[in-house]
Design a protein around this ligand. Structure first.
Ligand code: DX5
Ligand code: ZN
Length: 218
């Protein structure tokens, strides 16, 4: 198994008063994607930002936008996020009754499609859809807030996800989101992750660009 070692900084922890500067920093860094956490206050107990912010970031960014929807009824908004500039659109497994249809909708709009699993949702839940997706996101904290502690059990889930992807010959990348720092990044890659999302660690670092580089080349 060779991890792709991609880094997707989450702008949830960025300084929104200086968004232009923050996106310039990411553009100049070795970040691969830019992760945008959309929260509706219903699926998760927090509200973050929505379409206008995604659009604003899209106008400034030179990297693919990795949009993570933590919202109910995501099928109503896929086209809108596509128009706002999303390249990868990830929906929560727990928010979709008709998950297969949702994934087909995302792909038909020309975006890469991802499914995110809450900490309690087993990896086996996506067995029947693993060959249809481009990204499997393992939540390593309960979604809703940045700056939380990595749930250790997530490492087992990443290993299971890697096994599922390999055994099914799926092309899905494995992304991990929540509580990621230099200190645990190597263990997360070794368990089978391709993409690390990191918010608080990057944006609170004295040198965020350097921190991203360390996460990528650890
Ligand atoms: C949590 C979000 C994460 C979050 C990660 O609901 O999905 O993307 O911003 O932030 P850190 O790295 O601060 O845990
Ligand atoms: Zn996220």
């Amino acid at each position: 198994m060779i991890s792709k070692k991609l880094v997707s900084p989450s702008i949830l922890s960025a300084d929104f008063g200086n968004l232009h500067k923050e996106i310039d920093m990411l553009n100049n860094s070795c970040a691969d994607w830019i992760h945008l956490d959309v929260m509706d206050g219903v699926f998760v107990p927090n509200i973050s930002f929505g379409l206008p912010v995604v659009k604003a970031v899209s106008n400034l960014a030179v990297k693919p936008l990795d949009v993570h929807l933590m919202i109910v009824n995501p099928e109503k908004y896929a086209e809108k996020f596509c128009k706002a500039g999303a390249s990868i659109l990830t929906v929560q497994y727990e928010a979709c009754v008709h998950l297969h249809g949702m994934i087909q909708q995302i792909k038909s709009l020309g975006m890469k499609a991802g499914i995110s699993l809450n900490p309690h949702t087993p990896v086996s839940s996506v067995e029947n859809i693993i060959n249809d997706i481009d990204l499997l996101l393992i939540m390593s904290v309960n979604p809703g807030f940045g700056g939380q502690k990595f749930i250790p059990k997530s490492l087992d889930k990443i290993r299971q996800a890697r096994e599922l992807v390999t055994c099914s010959d799926s092309g899905a990348l494995i992304e991990v989101d929540g509580g990621i720092y230099i200190e645990n990044a190597e263990a997360i890659y070794s368990a089978g992750a391709d993409v690390l999302v990191s918010g608080n660690a990057i944006f609170s670092a004295s040198n965020p660009e350097k921190y991203i580089e360390k996460l990528k080349y650890i």
